[in-house]
Write a protein that binds this ligand. Structure first.
Ligand code: ATP
Length: 353
């Protein structure tokens, strides 16, 4: 495997503001990489730097082995797909698709043939004569994709492309985009603040925070082995519970700071007496039996398939059950967790232990 996009020690300053701080990232050819993180963490800045829409302050950026310093966006041979589609309203679907080819001097007949091919790939064949205003949101999104595909770029750069669509269409389009990526053997970089989108679409997820990469890995690596409380809380839905506690004198269990709770076995040895933050995912807290945690219930919400229980503890915890439990507010539930599902974090650095 070779890196299609290689970022080495990238810094970006906007005046006094340090938006990217020494970011290094290698994006393999053929991979689908998602950049995620909260608003303002620098993911769009990183994507726009790859596209050449932002100039980086220092560091090197290579696309297909070539250093991009001083290379303008249109010469980078990458295609951006935005949430706003950026379609030309006065042009038909076909004209929107072929616009950039024509700009690059491709003849009319060849451009039309290419448009027909791309329209077939993206399911737009019947819509070539329509104007953007005559299309649904999903169809416009496909035109935006088609316009990116038609130039056969070295990489696709997506900036929150689905955020204008309703929930059902988003779920549909994320499968469609991923299928298209696979069919084309493309290299894709996809910015989203939606961790579910990142987890379901990408081979490799990059979690950013305040201009640095906090952790990167496969979706399941991030879910199973988050390096910090930040990543642990960001990946997974509903979010992980964090409860302060103390490692027991034998170093084998953690006693949570929750009234009436018994120590939770860790299945490993940790420094005895250490103060920690325990991370317990809602879906790993199992109700029933004679489990270690006795938790009073504050709120019960059911979606039919899932029951979400919010506890009346401090801190408040969430427990998710797929079974119908009949639990009501005011009840006390008995909850346990397998040792391998207990995450521990340092109380000060919030790094995983
Ligand atoms: P969002 O999800 O809200 O789009 P993001 O992670 O994509 O967030 P960026 O757009 O990359 O964030 O912005 C990173 C930081 O840089 C933010 O704090 C933003 O305010 C700042 N920033 C972005 N563009 C500029 C600019 N042109 N001038 C000054 N600061 C900027």
């Amino acid at each position: 495997m070779s890196a299609q996009i290689e970022l080495s020690n990238i810094d970006k300053h906007y005046g006094h503001f340090h938006a990217l701080k020494g970011v290094s990232l290698s994006i393999e050819k053929g991979s689908f990489v998602a950049l995620v993180g909260p608003s303002g963490c620098g993911k769009s800045t990183l994507l726009r730097s790859i596209a050449g829409l932002e100039s980086i302050t220092s560091g090197t950026l290579k696309i297909a082995g070539e250093t991009m310093t001083g290379v303008p966006p249109r010469k980078r041979d990458v295609a951006m797909v935005f949430q706003s589609y950026a379609l030309y309203p006065h042009m038909t679907v076909e004209e929107n698709l072929t616009y950039s080819l024509r700009l690059h001097g491709v003849g009319k007949a060849e451009a039309r043939a290419k448009a027909a091919e791309v329209a077939a790939t993206t399911g737009l064949s019947a819509l070539l004569g329509r104007y953007p205003r005559e299309l649904s949101g999903g169809q416009r999104q496909r035109v935006a994709m088609g316009r990116a595909i038609i130039r056969n770029p070295k990489a696709f750069l997506f900036d929150e492309p689905l955020s204008n669509l309703d929930a059902a269409l988003r779920v549909h389009m994320r499968k469609e985009i991923r299928a298209l990526h696979d069919r084309l053997g493309a290299t894709s970089v996809y910015v989203t603040h939606d961790q579910i989108e990142a987890m379901t679409m990408a081979d490799h997820v990059v979690v950013m925070r305040d201009g640095v990469i906090e952790q990167q890995g496969s979706p399941l690596e991030l879910y199973d082995r988050p390096v910090s409380k930040f990543v642990a809380g960001f990946i997974g839905s509903p979010a992980m519970n964090f409860v302060p506690g103390t490692v027991t004198a034998d170093g084998q269990s953690v006693q949570l700071d929750i009234a009436g709770s018994q120590p939770l076995p860790l299945g490993r040895t940790v420094e005895a007496g250490r103060k920690v933050l325990a991370g317990l995912r809602p879906e790993h807290l199992l109700m029933g039996g004679n489990a270690q945690l006795q938790l009073p219930v504050a709120v019960v919400e059911s979606t039919g398939s899932m029951t979400y229980v919010t506890t009346a503890t401090t801190p408040e915890m969430t427990v998710v059950e797929t079974r119908r439990t009949g639990v009501k507010a005011g009840d006390t539930i008995s909850v346990g967790i397998a040792p391998e599902h207990i995450h521990l974090f340092d109380v000060t650095t919030e790094r995983a232990l």
